[in-house]
Design a protein around this ligand. Structure first.
Ligand code: SF4
Length: 370
């Protein structure tokens, strides 16, 4: 499998990393088969977290592959924001993983700037990370997060983290565009290694697995972490990696235009309708993306699709923040006004007038009648 360099760490990682979240629900025997097959096929990055099943995922990883420890780069995460809590978490993780060190020790999901500051403050978790590095229990310190990247961006800007892991996919690319447009270049500029995850938007892109993986791997990331809880998933993902060719600009444009999950509803942030009619639809739709990832379009999908959207739309728990920001906007949507002149400006076929009223309804806690 192709290997890429993880920023200034110099570690060479296989382009597909094995994510441990789903191992909680996989029986131990199958975990062993999956992880050993992954290593046999050239994979060399395995990641988990203390929180995944309260240590269950780590214990399964330790049991399955600790005898092959020198063959892979191992990562785990701590969620505690205090020095003592993070240190206790790491000690427990090492025991679970049957290893005397991890290669990457992640600060798990500082979602807000306030959380990121708490980690870096005196007595905060970063003290434990630094001590762990000095003691050889963690080779590199890393930060992970998803959704609105405010907390992780602050972390990278204000501390010398070695590695970042966050979500990259062609759907949330339009809900959290700062991730690709600001955070990724910032990391590359500073030599921070970048790992991708959520290439299928938490499963929402399940019909287009190969495209989702190809899209993420076409970005300048070192490795893409995937959850693979069946052997056929593993085989399928490895095949995409083994036959990988990067997506060019034109192919990406075509994907943005035709991806069924984006359809005639998700705003592609092209800016064509900006400023017309005295409002900025792009800005409002960005807030809608934070509110529910633009998943509820008030159409009537089949029951499975509906259930999936209901499960995933508030996955990142940012709806209150989005409503608060909309409350501060000067130019809000007037539900009585006709904005249909904007529809002609949208080359993606979005009914901008209808979408503005839906977004307004979501962001003001109302209910859109359809
Ligand atoms: S023209 Fe369409 S895609 Fe572009 S910003 Fe407006 S609504 Fe979004």
């Amino acid at each position: 499998m192709e290997k890429r360099v993880l920023g200034n760490t110099g570690l060479q990682l296989s382009v597909i990393g094995f994510g441990g979240f789903h191992l909680v629900e996989v029986p131990r025997k199958e975990v062993s088969l999956l992880l050993n097959t992954y290593l046999d096929r050239g994979g060399n990055y395995i990641e988990t977290a203390a929180q995944y099943g309260d240590g269950v995922s780590e214990r399964k990883v330790g049991e399955a592959v600790s005898h092959r420890r020198s063959e892979f780069v191992l990562a785990t995460k701590a969620v505690d924001r205090t020095r003592d809590g993070a240190m206790t978490s790491l000690e427990r993780s090492l025991k679970n993983l049957r290893s005397d060190h991890v290669d990457l020790f992640f600060m798990h999901e500082p979602q807000s700037v306030e959380e990121a500051k708490k980690i870096l403050a005196p007595g905060g978790a970063m003290e434990a990370f630094t001590e762990a590095k000095q003691a050889g229990k963690a080779r590199y310190v890393a930060v992970s997060g998803h959704g609105r990247p405010a907390g992780i961006q602050y972390s990278i800007e204000n501390h010398a983290y070695d590695v970042l892991m966050t979500g990259f996919n062609y759907f949330d690319r339009f809900n959290f565009p700062q991730t690709e447009e600001q955070l990724l270049p910032l990391c590359l500029d500073r030599g921070v290694g970048v790992l991708g995850m959520k290439a299928l938007a938490d499963g929402y892109l399940y019909r287009n697995v190969a495209t989702g993986i190809r899209y993420a791997l076409s970005l300048p990331i070192a490795s893409l972490v995937l959850g693979m809880n069946r052997l056929d998933h593993l085989e399928q993902d490895l095949k995409v990696a083994e036959t990988f060719t990067p997506m060019g600009k034109e192919e990406k444009e075509e994907l943005y235009r035709n991806a069924p999950e984006l359809g005639r509803y998700v705003c592609r942030q092209c800016g064509r309708c900006r400023g017309a009619d005295g409002i900025d639809p792009e800005e409002i739709f960005l807030l809608e993306g934070l509110f529910d990832r633009q998943m509820n379009d008030y159409t009537v999908p089949d029951p499975q699709e509906y259930a999936l959207r209901e499960r995933l739309k508030h996955w990142f728990d940012q709806k209150d923040w989005a409503q608060e920001q909309y409350g501060k906007l000067r130019n809000k949507v007037d539900p009585q006004q006709d904005y249909s002149a904007l529809n002609d400006l949208c080359t993606y076929g979005i009914d901008v007038d209808r979408k503005l009223k839906i977004a307004h309804s979501k962001l003001t806690g109302g209910s859109y009648l359809f």
